[in-house]
Write a protein that binds this ligand. Sequence first.
Ligand SMILES: *Cc1c(COP(=O)(O)O)cnc(C)c1O
Ligand code: SF4
Length: 436
Amino acid sequence: MNTTDIQLIRNHMQGETCTAASLEKWHDWKWQMRHAVRDISMVEKIFDRTFAPEIRARIEKTLGKFPMSITPYYLSLVDPDDLDNDPVFKQAFPDERELLIAPHDMADPLAEDRDSPVPGLTHRYPDRVLLHVSNTCAMYCRHCTRKRKVGDRDSIPDRDQISQGIEYIRQNTNIRDVLLSGGDPFMLSDEYIDWILSEVTAIEHVEVVRIGTRTPVVLPYRITDELVAVLEKYENLWINTHFNHPREITGSARKALRKLWKAGIPLGNQSVLLADINDCPRIMKRLVQMLVKNRVRPYYIYQCDLSEGLEHFRTSIGKGIEIMESLRGHTSGFAVPTYVVDAPGGGGKIPVAPNYLISWSTNKAILRNFEGVITTYQEPDTYKHNFCNLDCDNCNLQLKLDNSDETQAVGIERLLSDYDEMITLTPSYLEEEQAQ
Ligand SMILES: *Cc1c(COP(=O)(O)O)cnc(C)c1O
Ligand code: SF4
């Protein structure tokens, strides 16, 4: 990066006007990628600051394990006068605490490798799979749950591996929802994305395809007209993005989002709850409100995972519940995401929320609302349980679906059902003990 480029970043940081030629460069996502900031000296030059040798050495060491890559665009959102406390800078710039492995940290907290029938594909839920199609990102989030793999040259999924994943989806007719993830799928070329989408959507039993991308946040110029023309062809496509802080919703980000929704693509957002970045009810409320203003539906707030080196980003679950308490009722219902803990060890996402059902009797439920009003819901005296033995042809309700009587209940659903005799769920280690 030469001094003109550094000046360009500074101009954007300070909101100064640029020449048309330099703006054209800036809006070119490939220019942004080529000029991504990957070493400390560049950060020092841009912010006109020198790190003390021992701090520098520790940051270098962190970089040796987890690479850095910050697009000039994303870096320009940083407030240079408050660098150490900046929510954008903290998500992008390495911290030596990433090298600390806390006692409960895990290399693969979500057991994605265990639930992986073919390389690069995680099949954890009955009807949907996660397919890793890319291993790079425009900006490497310091809080990434998959940082062990992302950016690692040895785990780049090639066309062969992706084909294997697609073949697995083709063979498993119960898969109706495919999540393309990574890394960031939008780091691939338009043609490559087109190929993957056409292969996946051609599978008859696939009803929905989703792409998870952070490019609208860290590289909004990636959302080009050409890319949108590709995406627009697929009518069952949803996109989830990853905004964590209101500061990230800039004019450029909003333009990128507008292109996507104008193409008819439903947009969702998944945030991660991060200590000292967005662990504040007011920040989160502002974030979800700005998202819906831009037609993005807040989908999940994730509790930060137990991945190695993320301890300094983790909050208590109580903080998440406090945030949910401050959202429900206090703002538009569709601006309220679901707060989830991705179960360590690979149990999937578990929703966590404040308690609204305070007590219950045979004919009354006692509920409380967001203001603390405690109310009584009188249960109906006439309601009769609708017994289900899965014989839909003999039922009063009309479920005219093929194979509707082939349902298999799972977990608590199974305990509640009439057609299954099971009355307890027993941990497998107890079953083993009993068998002895
Ligand atoms: C999050 C996730 C999904 C999708 O879960 P939804 O709750 O449907 O969004 C699917 N597979 C894996 C492995 C996941 O982690
Ligand atoms: S964009 Fe997603 S996959 Fe990439 S580094 Fe950030 S969190 Fe990880």
